[in-house]
Design a protein around this ligand. Structure first.
Ligand code: FES
Length: 102
């Protein structure tokens, strides 16, 4: 497991915003949903659009291409074309800093 400091990116996230972060080849979407900050894969499992080009809606992220919606906490597909769940990443706060684990 590798750990990456994403403090600057997390602190820059406003409500309902997402930001891409490349963690040594893992394309990750950092998202501020209604329930807090989450880290999920940035590539949609349907046809690989970047979810950070889409929208954070409550605790969901919506793909800009065919509107698949995934739950930010679980990666579960909630709406849209049939496709696998989204990978989620562990995001931890420690000593005032934020880390994503791959
Ligand atoms: S590429 Fe995301 S729903 Fe089709």
């Amino acid at each position: 497991m590798a750990r990456f400091d994403v403090t600057d990116a997390v602190q820059a996230l406003g409500p309902g915003e997402s930001r891409a972060f490349n963690a040594d080849g893992h394309e990750i979407a950092l998202c501020r949903g209604d329930s807090g900050v989450f880290a999920v894969a940035d590539l949609c499992t349907h046809a690989h659009a970047h979810l950070t080009d889409g929208f954070v809606l409550g605790d969901l992220i919506e793909c800009p291409l065919h509107q698949a919606q995934y739950h930010l906490a679980t990666g579960e597909l909630v709406e849209g074309p049939e496709c696998p769940a989204l990978r989620t990443y562990s995001l931890v706060e420690q000593g005032g800093r934020w880390y994503v684990e791959t």
